[in-house]
Every structure is written in C-alpha cells, then in structure tokens.
Design a protein around this ligand. Structure first.
Ligand code: OFO
Length: 181
C-alpha cells in the first residue's frame, strides 16, 4: 500500500523516466544526422533503458494497489553542439535524476514505507552506474578533442552496446533485477 504522497511522487518519477527516454531518443536522432552510427546506437539503447525504468516503476505502483497517472512529457532539446556536449548534458540530467531518486527514498523513509525503500534501492544502484558510464565517455571524448579518426574509433566502440533490458513490455517487465548498465 502506498500513501497518497508516495503514490504522487512515484508517478512524477515515471514521468521523469519517460522524459529521459525522450531526451536520449532526441540525442540518438541528432547523432543519426551526424552519421555517427555508434553514438546513435548508444543513445537508442539508453532510450530503451529509460523506458524500462519507467515501466518498472509503473508496475510497482500497480503492485501496491496504486493508480498510475500519466502526465505530458516535456519536449526535449534538439540542438547539440557536439557528442561531448550531449554527454555533458546526459551527465547533468542523470545527476538531476539521482537527486530525484534520493528525494523519493527520503519520502519512503519519512512515510515508513519499507517496501518502497527496498524497491528504490535498485534505482539508487542504477544511478551510480548511469553516472559512471557518462563520466567514462566524457573522459574519452575529452581525449579525442578534434581528432576525427579517434572519434570514429570511439563511435565504432559504442556501436557494440546492446540492450540488456526487455524491449517488449506486453507481458510486463517482471520483478527481476535485470536492467542494469
Ligand atoms: Fe532512469 O536513469 Fe537515466 O534517467
């Protein structure tokens, strides 16, 4: 069972995860236009990860007898200066999401909602990984600077990223612990 405050905040987080998906889809589309297939792939996989995060929370709200209330998803930016600019914006966005997850955990503690605290631990761990991935790629892009050959090598590396989350939610995402990266 969820308190009204917990339910409202979990619903807001579903919206934030959906916005994250939309943001990374916009970045993927931008990379497609640049002809950077590996970056295009990386951001599209990230889109799928975010949809998984949203759906995992959606299912949790239902599992607790709550109501999912979907709100409008904000329009993402479409203009980016460079791959480095996109990853810096990605990191800044993930830091915002981390803070949001921390706030949710604070609410779960204040509301004495132990089940939601356990559920949110998965997201706390996931955010550590999200920020680490972004920091790693930012470091590499800062080394690349204006060297197209190095950028193409990194692009090739990012083309190898594969989804490790379910892509079909028609049977639900399940309550497993998959979906990291
Ligand atoms: Fe859902 O982790 Fe990114 O936003």
């Amino acid at each position: 069972m969820l308190t009204p405050k917990m339910e409202a905040e979990l619903n807001e987080q579903v919206n934030k995860e959906m916005y994250s998906a939309y943001l990374y889809m916009a970045m993927s589309a931008h990379c497609e236009g640049l002809g950077l297939k590996g970056f295009t792939n990386w951001f599209m996989i990230q889109y799928h990860e975010e949809m998984y995060h949203a759906m995992k929370m959606y299912e949790y709200i239902h599992s607790q007898g709550g109501t999912v209330t979907l709100k409008a998803i904000n329009e993402p930016p479409t203009d980016f200066e460079s791959p480095l600019d996109m990853f810096k914006k990605t990191l800044a966005h993930e830091q915002f999401v981390t803070q949001s997850i921390n706030n949710l955990m604070d609410t779960a503690i204040a509301e004495k909602d132990h089940a939601t605290q356990i559920f949110l631990q998965w997201y706390v761990t996931e955010q550590v990984e999200e920020e680490e991935n972004d920091n790693d790629i930012i470091t590499q892009l800062e080394m690349v600077k204006d060297h197209p050959h190095a950028l193409l090598m990194l692009d090739r590396e990012l083309s190898g990223r594969q989804a490790n989350v379910p892509l079909d939610f028609s049977k639900g995402v399940g309550g497993d612990d998959e979906g990291g990266d």
